[in-house]
Design a protein around this ligand. Structure first.
Ligand SMILES: Nc1nc2c(ncn2[C@@H]2O[C@H](COP(=O)(O)OP(=O)(O)OP(=O)(O)O)[C@@H](O)[C@H]2O)c(=O)[nH]1
Ligand SMILES: [Mg+2]
Length: 229
């Protein structure tokens, strides 16, 4: 190890400053790609929605139910650290889906979405959904060029999550409370989530639904419909 390297590593402040500089450069380059994605969506008149949540809160199930319960013409960019499982689930239903595996990265970046767009047939689409890598932290920091951010929170995760993960929920245009039919089992208060989300961001919308029972599913479809280009 060189003297310069050990000085950087031994000095937490210096190392922190370097890290921040590197992060800022990476984010600036990500924003440029996000802008290119946005231009592509707008040129084609496609609404793009970024779905973010913890693993297992129901992103892919929501998309499966959307395919079954609506006439929306949509494609999906799938993000996971490993496996093609989610894309395969959607392709099985006749949905165009492209899987990105991020390896060690806990989020999608705009250039990954750009590559996926090059591999999807984008003509005659109403919507592109991007299913981000499951977690409530990293995906919030990376713009993808989508028009809307939808953050899912499932009732088994607990109703205390909004203020524990404020960076994510502040990014949300819509909070979708999923697995609504299980709320009672998990002592989950819809009001608490709605109130805390509004505290963070007064204009935020919330919908509680179940992709399994279909409860309120039409409200989700109406939300998407109301934003179509
Ligand atoms: N009871 C109930 N279970 C649901 C509902 N929606 C999804 N699930 C179940 O929750 C589990 C996880 O759902 P997924 O859709 O795979 O979750 P995900 O957010 O895509 O997960 P990752 O892609 O791993 O981040 C599955 O077993 C689903 O069947 C719901 O509305 N009610
Ligand atoms: Mg999934």
């Amino acid at each position: 190890m060189s003297i310069e390297e050990s000085t950087v590593l031994d000095n937490p402040n210096l190392n922190g400053a370097k890290t921040i500089a590197v992060m800022e450069r990476a984010l600036a380059s990500n924003d440029k790609n996000a802008l290119l994605n946005r231009r592509e969506f707008d040129k084609k008149g496609i609404l793009a929605i970024n779905l973010m949540s913890s693993p297992g809160s129901g992103k892919t199930t929501l998309l499966e139910a959307t395919a079954k319960r609506s006439g929306l013409r949509f494609a999906v960019v799938e993000g996971d650290m490993e496996t093609n499982r989610d894309a395969d689930r959607l392709i099985k239903l006749g949905v165009k889906a492209y899987q990105i595996t991020t390896g060690t990265a806990c989020h999608l970046e705009a250039d990954m979405v750009k590559k996926a767009l090059e591999n999807l047939e984008l003509s005659d689409l109403d919507v592109i959904f991007v299913e981000n890598v499951g977690n409530l932290v990293c995906p919030a920091s990376y713009e993808l060029g989508t028009h809307l951010n939808v953050v899912l929170l499932s009732t088994p995760e607990g109703d205390d999550k909004v203020l524990k993960y404020p960076v994510m929920f502040r990014k949300a245009d819509l909070v979708l409370i999923t697995k609504s039919e299980l709320a009672e089992l998990f002592d989950f208060s819809f009001d608490r989530v709605r109130d805390e989300a509004r505290k963070l961001k007064p204009e935020i919308e919330t919908i509680a639904l179940s992709a399994k029972t279909g409860e309120n599913f039409e409200r989700w479809l109406a939300y998407v419909d109301s934003h179509l280009h």
